[in-house]
Design a binder for this molecule. Structure first.
Ligand SMILES: *[C@@H]1O[C@H](CO)[C@@H](O)[C@H](O)[C@H]1NC(C)=O
Ligand SMILES: *[C@@H]1O[C@H](CO)[C@@H](O)[C@H](O)[C@H]1NC(C)=O
Ligand SMILES: *[C@@H]1O[C@H](CO)[C@@H](O)[C@H](O)[C@H]1NC(C)=O
Ligand SMILES: *[C@@H]1O[C@H](CO)[C@@H](O)[C@H](O)[C@H]1NC(C)=O
Ligand SMILES: *[C@@H]1O[C@H](CO)[C@@H](O)[C@H](O)[C@H]1NC(C)=O
Ligand SMILES: *[C@@H]1O[C@H](CO)[C@@H](O)[C@H](O)[C@H]1NC(C)=O
Ligand SMILES: CC(=O)N[C@H]1CO[C@H](CO)[C@@H](O)[C@@H]1O
Length: 485
């Protein structure tokens, strides 16, 4: 309880409410938002706690905070089955989602454990999220958390099973930012895991991420892209003459900063391609264009009914005033992820100079201003340092599987070239997006066990899953041989 650091459960009770929305945000496009409220969507939601070191890199600071984790042992082949570590990321981690990992766990007789990322959900070391207090929020600290947790869990298991010095074979999994953590964990702690699945893993920190918007254009196809571009031009024109009415139409009256409003509009479109629902956006838009109807009205309907409605995003996610709020609450994930963006990884989703889908007002300056406005002077991302530390797409690890979905704008921050020890698989289909190998189609809302029946090509997903199973099988057995020596 040193220095009032430990967050009591009472102070974060609000977070319990966050179940239905998991996360939003600018973080949104990078996060797998799912409405995971039904219990069948989780393998477990029973939280367990352990004490974690606050600063792994200081020899003087021995403060600790309570970090939340989950375990699912139904398929565990006691006592030597593998342990699958499912990495959580930039959102509250309220349990272990019932995606394709449950199929893999059953196949391999594995235990599944999952650790909430520091600062997010209930694992915040501080009640007040001032920029000063966020100094321990980084992927480097998070990776060390995972390593310490891995050792702690193995020891606890050994005690539970009444044995000493035993080592189960471990394998790490993650999607998106956790996918990058999964790859980096194997890179930095190769002795602690037999291998890694890095699904849609954003391992390359990118400053001006123009490929993101370009991929939206490609995923949309010519007709839908043209309709989206025309829609944005119309909105820009109308904003200049009657801004209030336009923002009202999108139920975004609170977004006073123009860039925030344009970012919100851009994200709303992104989500359709990222999470495997392209037709929800493109069908009505293209129809409206062909029928000569008002594109802005049709887009507003999509945004309010789908993005804000069934998808469940809150407009405040895009409001810099909200991002400035330092009080720990259900909505804090937005601020936390922006801090990681503004200090480590950037992925600034700027409009390309030519043929952009999003408004050209979403530019580098917008992002840098946001970082400064929300966190203070001197806060901007050093992507060069991040890529020196991890290697970017030249990551020099081994036994890491990279997977990408063909329609996913994030794939351009992932590892592109396959090599024997670092296989990279591209899953190609009309609605294959972020984390399709683990999530099936669409990627949101969650389909139980990552069912791929609704992918436009289930076979494309099955083929990659088969390869994943072969890789895991081989690397787990090689790990076993090593530990037998
Ligand atoms: C963490 O450490 C504190 C202080 O030593 C202790 O009160 C608390 O019970 C510990 N929590 C867990 C989950 O071990
Ligand atoms: C643990 O192992 C010891 C030594 O083999 C044995 O005496 C003891 O009964 C075991 N305890 C449990 C809980 O299995
Ligand atoms: C990013 O884009 C801005 C604006 O076009 C430009 O000034 C800057 O040099 C670019 N930075 C990098 C690292 O590409
Ligand atoms: C900050 O967030 C807290 C928790 O949601 C809320 O109670 C408070 O009113 C917010 N503060 C401001 C200035 O908006
Ligand atoms: C801009 O994009 C259009 C459409 O993709 C393309 O035809 C044109 O060559 C591009 N112009 C430049 C300067 O890159
Ligand atoms: C596939 O889509 C149909 C129609 O939307 C839906 O009824 C069905 O539940 C979906 N199946 C899976 C496995 O997601
Ligand atoms: C192995 C493979 O297919 N990698 C692809 C992953 O995604 C990148 C970016 O789109 C492609 O260039 C690669 O071909």
């Amino acid at each position: 309880m040193k220095q009032g650091l430990q967050v009591g459960v009472a102070s974060v009770l609000l977070l319990v409410l966050s179940l239905s929305t998991v996360s939003r945000g600018f973080a949104t496009p990078l996060t797998l938002l799912n409405r995971l409220s039904e219990s069948s969507n989780y393998l477990t939601k029973e939280e367990i706690w352990f004490n974690q070191t606050l600063d792994h890199f200081s020899p003087y600071d021995h403060r600790r905070f309570e970090q939340r984790y989950f375990e699912f042992l139904d398929h565990f082949r006691t006592p030597d089955g593998p342990i699958f570590l499912k990495i959580c990321g930039e959102a509250a981690c309220n349990g272990i989602a019932n995606d394709y990992i449950s199929v893999l766990a059953e196949k391999f007789g594995a235990a599944v454990v999952s650790l909430e990322h520091r600062y997010y959900g209930k694992s915040s070391p501080f009640k007040s999220l001032t920029t000063e207090n966020l100094r321990y929020l980084s992927s480097k600290q998070a990776l060390f958390d995972l390593a310490v947790f891995r050792q702690y869990y193995q020891e606890s298991l050994n005690i539970k099973l009444n044995r000493t010095k035993a080592e189960n074979p471990w394998f790490v999994f993650g999607i998106s930012y956790p996918g990058a953590l999964s790859a980096w964990f194997r890179l930095k702690f190769p002795h602690l895991t037999c291998g890694s699945l890095a699904s849609s893993a954003v391992v390359l920190a990118v400053y001006n991420f123009t490929e993101f918007d370009q991929q939206i254009g490609v995923s949309a196809g010519e007709e839908c892209k043209a309709a989206l571009q025309e829609t944005n031009q119309l909105i820009e024109q109308r904003l200049a003459t009657n801004g209030k009415a336009v923002k009202s139409l999108f139920r975004a009256d609170e977004l006073q900063i123009e860039g925030d409003f344009f970012y919100f509009l851009a994200d709303a479109a992104v989500i359709a391609f990222q999470y495997g629902n392209p037709d929800k956006l493109c069908s009505p838009l293209v129809e409206a264009k062909n029928a000569g109807e008002d594109l802005v009205e049709v887009y507003a309907k999509y945004v309010t009914e789908y993005y804000l409605g069934s998808f469940g995003v809150d407009v405040q996610t895009y409001n810099q005033k909200h991002l400035q709020n330092t009080t720990l609450s259900e909505g804090s994930g937005d601020r936390l992820w922006w801090f990681q963006v503004c200090t480590e990884v950037a992925y600034f989703q700027v409009a390309p100079a030519n043929d952009s889908v999003r408004s050209s007002k979403v530019d580098t300056r917008y992002h840098l201003d946001l970082c400064k406005n929300v966190f203070g002077e001197g806060i901007f991302p050093d992507v060069t340092a991040t890529n020196i530390y991890y290697g970017g797409t030249k990551i020099a690890g081994s036994k890491i599987i990279f997977t990408n979905g063909s329609q996913d704008p994030w794939r351009h921050a992932s590892k592109q070239i396959s090599s024997p020890d670092l296989p990279s698989y591209l899953i190609t289909c009309h609605n294959c997006g972020h984390g399709t190998d683990m999530r099936g189609c669409p990627q949101s809302p969650l389909s139980i066990e990552g069912n791929a029946q609704n992918c436009s090509s289930p076979d494309a997903v099955h083929k990659i899953r088969q390869k994943i199973i072969e890789d895991i099988d081989l690397w787990l057995s090689e790990c076993q041989e090593d530990s037998d020596i």
